[in-house]
Write a protein that binds this ligand. Structure first.
Ligand code: AVJ
Length: 310
């Protein structure tokens, strides 16, 4: 990503009304480290639930996959440590697998390769670094049937109809007999969801504030981060979890030569983490034009790994 689009997106967002920043910019080195802490918070139930499904329901998932060999393409693969459970089970079930992790960060892809070398020696790994809007083009030409993985409830960061647009976009690279395997956080008690995004230790607050620090560092900004507080909300009807930074005072902030004004208690919308019901997912599957779906949930039905067949 060039500083160019970062700067444009940030300025455009902060000059909009209401003000908006984008969570895809959370993940610089510091932000990625804070996200690792979030993944270990007791309130942040998502990784535990997804791991439980990958450990205990993986044979049921694989039973739905009829072919003997698959390319397993993972969008935003990260270090792939959770995916290793799935790949390991595929190999034990005698599937011939090539693992193709896609990620924006070449560094995390070399960590991914190393983890696979240790956990699954002999697995064929073909990482592709870059934005998956670009890199997906490279995989559509291969002849072998595909399973495209998009885990970790990353789909939740797409707002409203953009989730469906994205799923349709992914489907345009798929053919008959391919599968889309989606990790999705489900609607549940609002308090459970809110606690995951409003932890008392303030780690989620630091995760959000880090983007202001990043703007200060990279775009010559002068945010006084102490003048902002974090606020999270969950709407049980729409399923939208939203994070905001609230300006506690009236203030002016400079960002790459521009002056931005904040009224007292003006909010910057930072992130959406959309929650779905299984019924919502069925509708999305249908609207995206997949043939059928299967949902595999954890014992508390907090999270689903959903399999959509082309
Ligand atoms: C990585 C997008 C799945 O929305 O739950 C965690 C990011 N934000 N806490 C999510 C996040 C606040 C996370 N995703």
């Amino acid at each position: 990503m060039t500083t160019d689009t970062f700067e444009k997106d940030i300025l455009k967002g902060l000059q909009s009304n209401p003000k908006r920043l984008f969570s895809k910019y959370f993940y610089d080195d510091k932000g990625s480290a804070i996200f690792q802490q979030i993944m270990h918070m007791p309130e942040y139930y998502l990784p535990g639930c997804e791991t439980e499904i990958l450990q205990h329901r993986v044979k049921d998932i694989i039973n739905k996959l009829p072919q003997a060999s698959y390319d397993v393409v993972e969008l935003g693969a990260g270090d792939g440590s959770k995916t290793a459970f799935f790949l390991d089970a595929m190999i034990r079930e005698k599937k011939k697998v090539t693992y193709i992790p896609l990620d924006i960060s070449p560094e995390i892809l070399s960590v991914n390769e190393e983890i696979m070398r240790q956990k699954l020696p002999g697995l064929c790994v073909k990482p592709i670094a870059g934005d998956y809007f670009e890199t997906l083009k490279n995989i559509s030409s291969r002849e072998i049937p595909k399973i495209i993985l998009f885990l970790g409830s990353n789909i939740g960061n797409f707002e409203g109809k953009k989730a469906l647009d994205f799923i349709r976009f992914v489907k345009s690279f798929m053919g008959k007999g391919d599968y889309f395997m989606l990790g999705v956080d489900l609607k549940k008690h609002p308090r459970t969801i809110l606690a995951a995004y409003d932890d008392p230790a303030g780690i989620t607050k630091r995760f959000n504030i880090n983007l202001l620090d990043r703007i200060n560092r990279e775009l010559n900004g002068n945010f006084n981060t102490a003048d902002f507080d974090h606020y999270a909300s969950y709407d049980p009807i729409s399923g939208a979890t939203k994070s905001y930074l609230i300006s506690k005072v009236e203030q002016k902030v400079r960002v790459s030569g521009h002056t931005l004004t904040f009224s007292p208690y003006e909010a910057i919308h930072m992130e959406i983490s959309q929650k779905y019901s299984l019924h919502d997912l069925d509708r999305i599957r249908e609207n995206a034009g997949f043939k059928n779906d299967h949902h595999f949930t954890d014992s508390k039905s907090y999270f689903s790994i959903s399999l959509f067949e082309v």
